[in-house]
Design a protein around this ligand. Structure first.
Ligand code: GDP
Ligand code: MG
Length: 163
């Protein structure tokens, strides 16, 4: 069984961009692993000899104005339950939002290993980009740029150490 890493976060923070960078082989045949829900977006990632599955929780995006949080919580809870590690992605250009706090609370309750990932930080120093996000109570944030690739290798080194 390959370990499963879930990408969680509100819409537009860069989950799919990171997913694509991590998986590259976009249509890799994966997700035949028992115990995984079929209707989510899985990809195969690799770190040296180490292989892992990544799940992009794109389904968290609200489809209706009401019940956004309820739907998000339902979908993400399932993805989180199936995962060995959660990468909680936030937007370093927008700063912390109320929705981020809702997700952070959900993750703390889930008692899963979580790495807080501040995305879109190209051109920022680590300490500047990370500073805002300590208030989410999930420890030291990692800073990356999913679109440029900065920090992604270091992030996945850390992720694989936790698997
Ligand atoms: P998702 O909704 O969380 O899956 O977010 P997407 O991956 O679709 O990205 C949302 C937007 O953010 C897109 O316009 C991306 O090009 C942009 N984006 C993603 N990663 C980065 C990044 O590292 N830096 C910047 N500046 N933009 C990014
Ligand atoms: Mg997406």
């Amino acid at each position: 069984m390959k370990p499963v890493i879930a990408l969680v976060g509100r819409p537009n923070v860069g989950k799919s961009t990171l997913f694509n960078r991590l998986t590259r082989t976009r249509d890799a045949l994966v997700a035949n692993q028992p115990g995984l829900t079929r209707d989510r977006h899985y990809g195969l990632g690799r770190m040296g000899p180490r292989e892992y599955l990544v799940v992009d929780t794109g389904g968290l995006e609200p489809v209706a104005k009401e019940g956004i949080y309820a739907e998000m919580a339902k979908q993400s809870r399932q993805a989180i339950l199936e995962s060995d590690l959660v990468l909680f992605i936030v937007d370093g250009r927008q700063g912390v939002t109320p929705h981020d706090h809702v997700i952070a609370a959900e993750l703390r309750k889930a008692k899963r290993d979580v790495i807080l990932v501040v995305n879109k930080t190209e051109g920022y120093t680590h300490s500047m980009a990370a500073a805002d996000f300590f208030e989410l109570g999930l420890g030291e944030p990692e800073t990356i740029s999913a679109s440029h690739g900065d920090g992604v290798r270091q992030l996945m080194d850390m992720a694989c150490e936790k698997l």
